[in-house]
Design a protein around this ligand. Sequence first.
Ligand code: ZN
Length: 289
Amino acid sequence: MFSKIWTKKYTESYSNNIKKLRKVLDEADAVVIGAGSGLSTSAGLTYGGERFEKYFSDFIEKYNIPDMYSGGFYPYETLEEYWAWWSRHIYYNRYIDVPKHVYEHLLNLVKNKDYFVITTNVDHCFQRSGFDKERMFYMQGDYGLWQCSEPCHQQTYDNEEQVKAMVKKQKDLKIPSDLVPYCPVCQKSMTMNLRCDNTFVQDEGWYKAKNRYENFINKHKNSKIVYLELGVGANTPVWIKYPFWKMTMNNPKATYVCINYGEATAPDEIKEQSICIDDDIGDVINKLQ
Ligand SMILES: [Zn+2]
């Protein structure tokens, strides 16, 4: 029963797909990258296993937290503990170097093209890896930004300096009380600028990025364009996956590409215009260099 999985990567259709993908990328006038968490996992930013145990052993021991994702939802009793968790989470996913060079290699593929990135990732890896920040739409927020928890005003704040101080000064799973961040306007607690509910702050930068993305999509709606979907899960398809399918359906010159470990599929309606590759994203990108 395992033979199918073992041989999948080496079948003829797999190498044909790589060839086809290289050709459509070479010939494309524009590329839209739609990226989900699978891309960062491939770049080594894993949320469980060894990496999680290395950085959070004390939290695992005290609270039995199963992985980094779950730890963000734990109801910590104090803000000092909450920020001990979050500062460490932000630091290791946003401010240290990305473990593998998957994003840089991806940039090599598109840097001479008219490209744009839309992503649900909040770890800022695109920008950290040299992508043009004018060509990106981070619609779900950024670990590097805070906002008022209310929110009493629509503004976000860089947190790098404070996060680094919190990581450095925390002890026994708590940060010193004087480092707990409060809103400069209403004095309520600050919180992460992440879309989890309707308190998510969309500041001026967010709207500008959204406009740039929509203009790009409009400009290229009839172009020879590649919608390159990388590691987008089935949980939040409304931002990237469904629009990519629809835009491909509406443009006979478009190609939809789905690279996803375990979930590489396309609907029948666009089958002839699709390339689906079930493999590690970093491995596929290396084969295209
Ligand atoms: Zn406020």
